[in-house]
Design a protein around this ligand. Sequence first.
Ligand SMILES: Cc1cc2nc3c(=O)[nH]c(=O)nc-3n(C[C@H](O)[C@H](O)[C@H](O)COP(=O)(O)OP(=O)(O)OC[C@H]3O[C@@H](n4cnc5c(N)ncnc54)[C@H](O)[C@@H]3O)c2cc1C
Length: 396
Amino acid sequence: MPRTADVAVIGDGVVGASIAYHLAAAGARVALLGREGGLRDSATHRSAGQVRMHHSDPHDARLAALGLETFRNWPEIVGGDCGFRQTGFAFLVGEEHVGELSRTVAELKGLGVETTVLTPEELADEQPALDLDGVAAVAYEPYSGHADPVRTVRALTERARALGTEVLTGPGGARLLKNGERYTGAAVGGDVVSAGHVVIAAGAGSAPLCTEAGVALGGPGEDGTPPVHSQEVGWALARTSAIPGAASLCMVIDDLAGTYFRPDGPDRVLFRIPLGSGPPSGNTEISPDSSEVAAGRALAAPRLRGLATAEVTTAARAAEAYTADGRALIGPSTRHPGLYFATGFNGGGFKAAPAVGLAVAAELLSEAVRPELEPYRPDRFTAGQPAPTVRRYRNM
Ligand SMILES: Cc1cc2nc3c(=O)[nH]c(=O)nc-3n(C[C@H](O)[C@H](O)[C@H](O)COP(=O)(O)OP(=O)(O)OC[C@H]3O[C@@H](n4cnc5c(N)ncnc54)[C@H](O)[C@@H]3O)c2cc1C
């Protein structure tokens, strides 16, 4: 059925849903297009949902900081419930990164974030479950925590729908439509949507969607468009009965070991599973007895007392989208009129979604240029030289 919209957003994960919601809240006519059943396998569905401000890349830290209040006051700002739970957050570094940690804390304070530098001894007093051997300094954020990614995306989509957004899905997802040089909409299932702007927010599905339409997002970039590839990441859940002090455990990123863990409800802890960089397996489950889970446990167990013997109940993975420099791709295409990219989100994409949705909606509706999106522009690759990535830490 033919339809028209101001903006067609392709991709119904947290990024696409946030963009659709903010566009609709600003009065735009929006179509949000998904792949039937695709959300179940998406990065959003399997996200650890951590909402922390401290990042290796200061630009990512800024996007996270701009979104924190939305997670903390979700019912008043968006409506519905994102399942946010404030746990506090500790970022642990070794001696060589103490200076960078203090610098990041100072920058975050400048953005209004409540954060402080603690000694390992100060953190150990509050967190008996942690073994802080080798840790030289800690950045602590009392108001950080985690949300429920499925409830978050559902709340955004429902609010967008209530504000008039058409939510359309079809088997295989959407494909791009073109008239001459301009991308003019998308088709999904039996529906055709003509739109003034088409937003590519399909996560790991962005590259195949674009490649099929002649936009070499996933290819070698012959036409100057930056390649986006996908890679899997995962987590496992373990029972906390063997972990002392688990009831007061905060969320932790350990840059020395390259791992993270956080409480997951009253009796479980979630920890990172490292996965290889091969092509996505297409399977979002991981066996609790697998070597991948053992490798994840080996990274986190020296830091979290009792994890070495805790029963692992579940493990999962999903594919994320990565650009050549690891930073997301946000902005209008300079080579393909009608297209606006909002893809290439990986480790920090969930927490960035509120700020990204707000800023992208403003750019699409008013042609404003939002400074927080400037480091993410697609044309940073067009000279063939990926922009230098700012990574302040060893692993995370
Ligand atoms: C295991 C794991 C842990 C993570 N932990 C965190 C964390 O703690 N904190 C954090 O901030 N971030 C985290 N992330 C990253 C974060 O979850 C992602 O960056 C974010 O969810 C990406 O959202 P997205 O909307 O861009 O992509 P996705 O969530 O992948 O959504 C893309 C959607 O587009 C759909 N789609 C694909 N192709 C098409 C098509 N042709 N037509 C229509 N629809 C299509 C897909 O079906 C999917 O529903 C984690 C990710 C994973 C996998």
